[in-house]
Design a protein around this ligand. Structure first.
Ligand code: NIG
Ligand code: FE
Length: 410
C-alpha cells in the first residue's frame, strides 16, 4: 500500500460525493469546490478528501500545496492523435486565401495526411503519437479518445488502431479507441462511394472487431465527406460489432447528421459549428452529448459553435481538442477552455465541467475519471499559485499547471 497526501490546497475543484449524471444546462455552471482542502490518494485511487480541519496526519508522501489549486485532469474525448508529419503548407494556402473545404476538394487535407501515414511504419507512428501523448499529459490531460481515419485502406486503418493498442500499454492514461475509416473517400473511390463503403463494412470492420481494436465508430458526415444516408449505413454496420457511434457532424453544414446520430443512439455528436433549432430540439430529447471543439474554428478561421444557445436549451455539452494535423495541430486543453470562455461565452465553471466530467461521459469513463470522487482514479493536477478558478482560462497563454498525477503517480 502506498499513500500520497496533498495538503493546504487553496481550492480543491470538481469534487463530487456521489457520482451523478452528465451536467446539462444550468447544472453545467455548478462546480463544487472545497477551500483549504486535503486530498488523500492510496495507490492509484482517491481514498479521501475534505477540509484541512479533518486532514489525516500521516501518509507515505506528503505534498504541501499552499497557494495552489487541485483540479481533476482534463478528459479529452475527441482527438486524432495518431498521424504522420504535419501540414503547414496548407496552413500557408489558407493564409493566402484558400478555404479548408477547397483544400479538401483539391485532394489535400485528410488525403494528404493519409498518403503520409500509409508510408510511415507502425513503429514510427507509435513514436510520434507517444510524444504527443506525453505532451498533452503535461497540459493536464488524464483521459483521452483517439481516432483512426488517416489510413483509409484496410491495412493502414488497422495500423493506426494497433498503434493505439500499443499506446494503451505504454501509458497509465485511460485511452478509448475510435474507428474512423469513414473520414474521407480515398482518391480511387471518389467516383465509387459504394466500393469504399463495402470495404469499410466487409473488410475493415470484421478485422477491427476480430482484434478488438475499437470502442467506437465515427463517420465524418459532411458535404466534402459522407452523406447522411452513408453515415447511417456505416453506423449500423458498426453496431453489429457493438461499436457505439461518436460522429463528426455539423462542422460546415446542417444536413441531418445530428438526427441520424441520435436515431442510432450516438454517445456524442462532435463539432456543431453550425446547428439549427430542429437539431437542438432533437438533441434535447436524447442522451447524446454535443462535443464542441473550438480550437478547430480558431485554427481554420471559421465561426464557433453556439455554445450559449446549446446550454440555454438545457443540453449536455463537452469540450475537447480535436488534436489533428489539419484543423487543430494542438492538444492543449487549457487553450480550449480559454476559447470556450472568450469566443463561446461559456463561464469558467461551465468550461471546466465540460472539459472534465462531461468529457468523461463522452468516453463512458465517468466511473473512473472526470471528478475528485472517492474511488475514482487519482488523475489530477496541481496548479501554480493562482488567485481564482477563472484565472486559468483568463490567463490564456500562461502555463499554469505545475504537476500532473496519473493513477496517483507524478
Ligand atoms: O475533426 N473534420 C474532420 N476531421 C478533422 C480534421 C481532418 C483534417 O483536416 O485532417 C476534424 O476537424
Ligand atoms: Fe475531429
Amino acid at each position: 500500500m502506498n499513500s500520497l497526501l496533498i495538503t493546504n490546497i487553496k481550492q480543491l475543484v470538481g469534487v463530487e460525493y456521489i457520482p451523478s449524471k452528465i451536467r446539462k444546462g444550468k447544472e453545467l455552471s455548478i462546480l463544487p469546490t472545497i477551500e483549504n482542502a486535503f486530498l488523500l490518494v492510496e495507490n492509484d485511487k482517491i481514498l479521501d478528501f475534505g477540509s484541512m480541519e479533518n486532514c489525516p496526519k500521516r501518509a507515505d508522501e506528503i505534498i504541501d500545496a499552499t497557494g495552489n489549486m487541485v483540479f481533476p485532469t482534463w478528459c479529452d474525448s475527441h482527438t486524432h492523435l495518431v498521424f504522420a508529419g504535419s501540414r503547414e503548407t496548407e496552413f500557408r494556402d489558407r493564409i493566402e486565401g484558400l478555404s479548408y473545404e477547397e483544400i479538401a476538394r483539391r485532394g489535400g487535407g485528410i488525403l494528404n495526411s493519409a498518403k503520409r501515414l500509409q508510408n510511415t511504419s507502425e513503429e514510427d507512428l507509435v513514436e510520434q503519437a507517444f510524444a504527443r501523448l506525453n505532451e498533452v499529459r503535461g497540459f493536464g490531460t488524464g483521459a483521452i479518445e483517439i481516432k483512426s481515419g488517416y489510413g483509409l485502406t484496410v491495412e493502414s486503418e488497422l495500423k493506426i488502431l494497433r498503434v493505439v493498442r500499443q499506446l494503451k500499454t505504454m501509458t497509465d492514461i485511460p485511452i478509448k479507441a475510435t474507428f474512423l475509416g469513414a473520414h474521407s473517400y480515398p482518391i480511387e473511390f471518389r467516383e465509387n462511394h459504394e466500393g469504399y463503403i463495402q470495404q469499410i463494412i466487409n473488410e475493415m470492420l470484421p478485422k477491427i472487431a476480430g482484434e478488438g481494436l475499437a470502442d467506437y465508430i465515427d463517420v465524418f458526415c459532411e458535404k466534402v465527406a459522407f452523406s447522411t444516408e452513408e453515415t447511417d449505413r456505416i453506423i449500423q454496420a458498426g453496431a453489429k460489432y457493438g461499436l457505439k457511434p461518436k460522429i463528426h457532424t455539423n462542422q460546415f453544414n446542417c444536413m441531418g447528421g445530428i438526427q441520424t446520430s441520435v436515431k442510432n443512439g450516438a454517445i456524442s455528436v462532435d463539432h456543431l459549428e453550425v446547428v439549427n433549432d430542429e437539431e437542438i430540439e432533437c438533441l434535447k430529447n436524447s442522451n447524446t452529448i454535443g462535443t464542441l471543439l473550438p480550437s478547430a474554428p480558431f485554427f481554420i478561421n471559421d465561426h464557433y459553435p453556439p455554445a450559449r444557445k446549446l446550454i440555454d436549451a438545457d443540453l449536455g455539452i463537452a469540450l475537447a481538442t480535436d488534436y489533428n494535423p489539419g484543423s487543430t495541430p494542438s492538444g492543449k486543453m487549457p487553450f480550449v477552455l480559454s476559447l470556450a470562455c472568450i469566443k463561446m461565452r461559456m463561464l469558467p465553471e461551465e468550461a471546466i465541467n465540460a472539459a472534465t466530467i462531461n468529457g468523461a461521459f463522452a468516453m463512458e469513463l465517468d466511473k473512473e475519471v472526470g471528478s475528485i470522487t472517492k474511488g475514482k482514479l487519482a488523475n489530477f493536477f496541481i496548479t501554480k499559485p493562482i488567485p481564482s478558478i477563472a484565472y486559468l482560462p483568463y490567463a490564456f497563454g500562461s502555463d499554469l499547471i505545475e504537476k500532473v498525477f496519473i493513477k496517483g503517480k507524478l
